[in-house]
Ligand binder design. Sequence first.
Ligand SMILES: [Ca+2]
Ligand SMILES: [Ca+2]
Ligand SMILES: [Ca+2]
Length: 472
Amino acid sequence: MIFTLATGLWLLNQAPDDSVTEATQEIQVPHKPAQALPLLASEQPLPRASSGLITVHAHPAATRAEVTLVQPADLPYPIRLEKFYRADSNGDEQLMETVEMVGNRLMARFSPVKLADGTVETALSAMGAELGRQLDTRGLHVVNFSPEDPATLPMLLASLSELSGQTIFAEPDYIVRILESPNDPRYLDGSLWGLRNTGQQGGMAGADVNAQSAWEVRSDAATVIVGIVDTGIRLTHEDLVANLWVNPNEISDGTDTDGNGFVDDIHGINAITMNGNPNDDHGHGTHCAGTVGAVGDNGIGVVGVAWNVQLMALKFMSSGGGGATSDAITCIQYGIDNGAHILSNSWGGTFFSQALYDSLKDALEAGVIIVAASGNFTSNNDITSIFPASLPLDNIVSVASTTRTDALSNFSNFGQGSVEIAAPGSDILSTGFESDSSYVIKSGTSMAAPHVAGAFGIVKRRVSGRYLVSAY
Ligand SMILES: [Ca+2]
Ligand SMILES: [Ca+2]
Ligand SMILES: [Ca+2]
């Protein structure tokens, strides 16, 4: 693993290499273009990173950078796009890289002492910014500002990092995305080969997670809570509803009964809207939830790796399949605070976030297992990191994807030192979000990670890891 712990200052974020950037383009889910209104554009030439800073990132080979603010229809915040171009030998411009971050906020960890005595708020006010929502109890906050000037975000980051004794780090609030692969052939009648493969549909017998054997040991994980950090869950789905986690301290009455900041968070939260409605408007999260824990032995639909588990819906990505790192952190902290044992994360990005690292370290200290998709770039995570899968924390399990012939899926990332396990991820049938009886097939390391999260659900109550080993 080449990853080294950065000090967290935004200037230390590394741009990925070109090949990864191209692969990134392939998996990006576009925002709804009809509503993606460019509000500003600037074409200042590089060099940057001195005075007159325009871009947060730097691309050493770029000849031109462009900053655009777009307002997607599916998100309440604008997205800032930093595009880096290079002129080829014909003089034609090639897009080398696009970096996405929230346009009107950033994340910063402040000294709790300086937060408490008001110093931080005064300093932010002088910069034209304001302290936003708290992300943890040790000084991590969102910082809100008006995005009209493209230089504001880089200038704020620079100014904050110079606030000696007040700011511990400041960084952009990067957009991360689902790790579903759009290109794989779909089998409309696809069976649950990932759970039991007898060689059907050209598969290889035994190329599965050996769920049959594991289920003979224990399919009931009724006391285990698995948080699905994703696009939400269809809360009324016939094969999920019985396995949804229920907040014991909340009732549905239009108020925040348990005083945790979320109104009627019965089954989880929506961190985009900061309320208790994590219903899925994309489908990705519902699919992942079904793989972890669709109800077993109920005579309908599919069956999760864990038949009887508590699924906590933690929504931070929108109908476009993307979301903000700060909102993911809100979901992770909610999971930790509400007793989740496992958090399933079928999403990622290529930029290191100190705030995300800190949040997952909180999970480690609380004994929460983090299962993370390794990415669909066909690249080596030992060389190019994907976050959160590549973060160097002992509780993170990075998952690659396999096919029904037990081969690595053609899209799957890999890495001897940075990917821990492979699980079925090509052509996976699971619950759909379109209706309460919808079942669909999806592919990606997004689909592999929940197999592992479900397996952890089964073994969570065992004393040793013996049955996990036998299941894989
Ligand atoms: Ca509440
Ligand atoms: Ca309530
Ligand atoms: Ca079922």
